[in-house]
Design a protein around this ligand. Structure first.
Ligand SMILES: C[S@@+](CC[C@H](N)C(=O)[O-])C[C@H]1O[C@@H](n2cnc3c(N)ncnc32)[C@H](O)[C@@H]1O
Length: 342
């Protein structure tokens, strides 16, 4: 049955923010649970050239830019709270059971489990950090403590500190894992207790606003010891700044807008870093696994977070899959070294 209020919202959203935004928002607010198979196929199957064109070109860049500039004025903590402070038990329904990484894993074959793939990713980052076991390390955007836990399990003896802006994660990290984690905005607040031998981030640079990119690389450079290095995994745009997808993304990460990869590299270099590693990784298998886990746990998820949040997340995973499938963005893992003598 047609609901006039929902139809009007769809038309208004499509005109003002584009049909991609309009349709995503319409489906998130569906009065019934979205069907798992239909929903995945709806987003991931190829569309007609006309639909593709509309999804990529409308609204025009000047309107997108205005909307995004407005969204960027928002406080960091608001967007973080909306996405992460949903329910720790809800996230546990779809993340890997070993570490609770909420970032791209590394599948070495189709048969691997999410747990194996997240361990592979952690092991690669561990190797890139070039540790002897005694370094003082800072994790920017530590989530549910996944990489800190991996480091602890490796027998690392040096001091480990994590920062997050999510209150739910902070409570979990402190109370459940006993980690040295602080509720601190790593962009706007100063790093306490510096210098650090190593600084890393996994999946949190996506939240750094375009005008803050240069500042964050400089801040990391200044907080490292002379021989220090930093490792970052993040996804960045590959084609254009201000694509239509960034407008739609506001439905999931409000106030966050990606920049192109070269902006990251130039910012790191102008801070004084040498880039010694830059690899590309595929986010799609992780997104598919999270989707499968979440729909398998639909009933419990609905009990924990209700219909709208459930529909929001099962829309988010295939939309993000499409975003990577179309090469709009890519996941990079980079190593930035402070010393040029290595
Ligand atoms: C996608 S999650 C990744 C979490 C974790 N690194 C992992 O791999 O599972 C992004 C994390 O960045 C944190 N974050 C984003 N912006 C932040 C900021 N300005 N200050 C502190 N933490 C921030 C969020 O709170 C969240 O913990």
């Amino acid at each position: 049955m047609i609901n006039p209020k929902r139809s009007t919202q769809l038309v208004l959203d499509s005109l003002l923010k584009g049909p991609l935004y309009g349709i995503v928002n319409h489906r998130i607010h569906s009065p019934v649970t979205l069907d798992a198979a239909e929903n995945w196929n709806f987003w991931t199957e190829p569309k007609s050239p006309q639909v593709e064109w509309l999804f990529r070109k409308y609204p025009p860049e000047s309107i997108r830019k205005k909307h995004l500039d407005f969204m960027l004025e928002q406080e960091h903590s608001k967007g973080i709270e909306a996405h992460y402070d949903v329910s720790n038990d809800f996230y546990a329904l779809f993340l890997d059971t070993s570490y609770k990484f909420y970032s791209c894993a590394e599948f070495k074959s189709d048969n691997e489990t999410l747990e194996q793939a997240q361990t592979n990713k952690a092991a690669h980052i561990f190797e890139l950090l070039e540790l002897d076991g005694n370094e003082k390390i800072l994790d920017l955007g530590c989530g549910w403590g996944a990489m800190l836990k991996f480091l602890q399990n490796s027998g690392h003896k040096g001091e480990l500190t994590g920062l997050t802006l999510s209150k739910e994660q902070f409570a979990y990290d402190r109370n459940q894992l006993g980690l040295n984690v602080f509720l601190t905005n790593f962009i706007t607040e100063t790093f306490e207790n510096k210098p650090y031998d190593r600084i890393f981030s996994i999946g949190s640079f996506e939240h750094v606003k375009p005008k803050e990119i240069n500042k964050i690389y400089q801040k990391i450079y200044d907080a490292l010891t002379p021989e220090g290095l930093a490792v970052h995994q993040f996804f960045s745009l590959e084609r254009e700044s201000y694509p239509v997808s960034m407008v739609m993304t506001q439905l999931f990460f409000s106030g966050s807008v990606l920049v192109t990869h070269d902006v990251h590299i130039k910012a790191a270099q102008s801070a004084g870093f040498t880039i010694s590693h830059d690899s590309i990784h595929d986010y799609k298998p992780t997104l598919r696994k999270w989707y499968e886990n979440l729909v398998k746990n639909q009933e419990r998820a609905l009990d924990l977070v209700g219909l709208e949040t459930y529909n929001r997340y099962i829309t988010f995973f295939p939309i993000a899959w499409l975003f990577f499938q179309q090469g709009e963005a890519q996941v990079h893992r980079i190593v930035t070294k402070k010393s040029r003598h290595y």
